[in-house]
Ligand binder design. Sequence first.
Ligand code: PBG
Length: 323
Amino acid sequence: MRPRRLRSSSAVRELVAENHVRSSDLIYPIFVREGLSSPREIESMPGVFQHSEASLLVEIDEVLALGIRSVMLFAIPEHRDEVGSEALNENGILARSVRAVKERVGDRLVVIADLCLDEFTSHGHCGVLCSSGDVDNDLTLMKYSEMARVLGKAGADMLGLSGMMDNQVAAVRESLDQAGLQDVAILAYAAKYASAFYGPFRDAVESQLTGDRRGYQQDPRNRKEAAREVLLDIEQGADIVMVKPALSYLDIVSDIASLSNVPVAAYVVSGEYAMVELAASVGLIDRDRSIFEILHSVKRSGASLICTYWAKDYARRDHIGNL
Ligand code: PBG
């Protein structure tokens, strides 16, 4: 047997390629910042911007033209407080942005709104704190339930539950259904690890996090725990489950892909993006080939959807068809 026969030309390699990443598999995260007059590049994430409300819509047009079918919206409010009040404001920056984007795109683009309090709290945690300084799980669920209704009414197609509170999927599902928002889908960050690779994201949302998130996000040493989290979320009504980060957790992506009966997504996070961008910027690695390789590794591990800051870069090349 000579396996090299099937590697001998680009045509034959194309013919036998086992995995394909399509632009429509990608979810593009976008940041919108209240009070900004023009887009501002995020220092730790070269090529990624905080958008103004006006430039957000220009970005959306570009995303659509490239064949990307889904965006994940994160908003940075002008005012933060202990309990994240702006997250529940129907005219707050996130709800307003969701509304504006949906008015622009209709059903051509799936709009996922991040459902978490960390962008809205002054302490940067994903929920409300109790007197001990811990995040109060069930009090936070009440906030998430209301935030879900606000974002659902604003027109979000899907909510990205990224807070890692216990029973958040059940609480949000019930709240949406009671408000007549049965068609709003839930993308659950089912297996989300307490990761150093979120570093640049904190910069992107200007978070002043005090302490860390190890009391609610998963321990990187654990594998079975991810299965438990995912099964709970599916049981509670998650429409899609996500593993995050992606690259140090491809074993988890693979496990979840075989046990899940709903679509599996993986998030190539800010630190993973920054590592490649910085190494490529000084000529240590080939940027385009690294992006190609990384996205296919995630697909190969079993994720059908990939949330990535490279969505536009990948789609641009995919369009030309010269991968
Ligand atoms: C929480 C949230 C975070 C990210 C997405 N949603 C930050 C965190 O949990 O610390 C990180 C995404 C990235 O690093 O690209 N709302």
